[in-house]
Design a binder for this molecule. Sequence first.
Ligand code: SAH
Length: 221
Amino acid sequence: MNAGTLSRGIGMTSERTRRRLIEKLREQGITDERVLSAMTATPRHMFVDEALSSRAYENSALPIGRGQTISQPLVVAMMSAAAMAAPRREKALEIGTGSGYQAAVLARLFHKVFSTERIGELARLARQRLHALKIHNVYARHADGLEGWPGQAPFDAILVTAGGRIPEALFEQLGEGGVLVAPIDESGGVQQLVRYTRNGDEFERENLGGVSFVPLLEGLD
Ligand code: SAH
């Protein structure tokens, strides 16, 4: 490896590169400074395979194996910002740990983060990365997220990072005033990012924009 390769290698994953991504998110309408600083502090290149780390600060989804993807930074920012509407920031639940990146960002915004992943190998890798980064307030387990995490409910925020139909169990595990943020399949194969806010037994719905997530599937793998 010559000096050029070396400096490029470091450059692409440096804090400066990360800051450039944050500026792009700002330009695209992300204004919550708490979210922007959580993302500034979270090294996305640590959540993808080394061969892809030079692309970690592009605003795009990237493959993480097993046909799954780490979400696009703009989408992570949108979902995190939407979750900040929760009245308390004690407990968040994520369905679809994937790489662990969204959980790592949430770990800076919520006191405790519970995250479930249906693919055992991804759950194991995500746990390893979070451990290496000394993030100790994320509890990640290999489980079917369609059941939520009843033993830890109620949650202030629930983020579903795979697209599909939201099971009743997740609405039930939302605390009063809590928010559930999820991509919902609409007709014609398009997905809409939606935020539901709990008010007693009512759930107020807001559309946050079009998105594209891998499907929410049932059962373990
Ligand atoms: N939040 C992730 C992106 C995940 S992609 C990140 O930051 O990297 C969506 C993930 O949801 C995939 O890993 C997929 O395996 C997982 N998934 C799909 N259905 C699920 C279910 N029922 N329970 C738990 N995880 C699920």
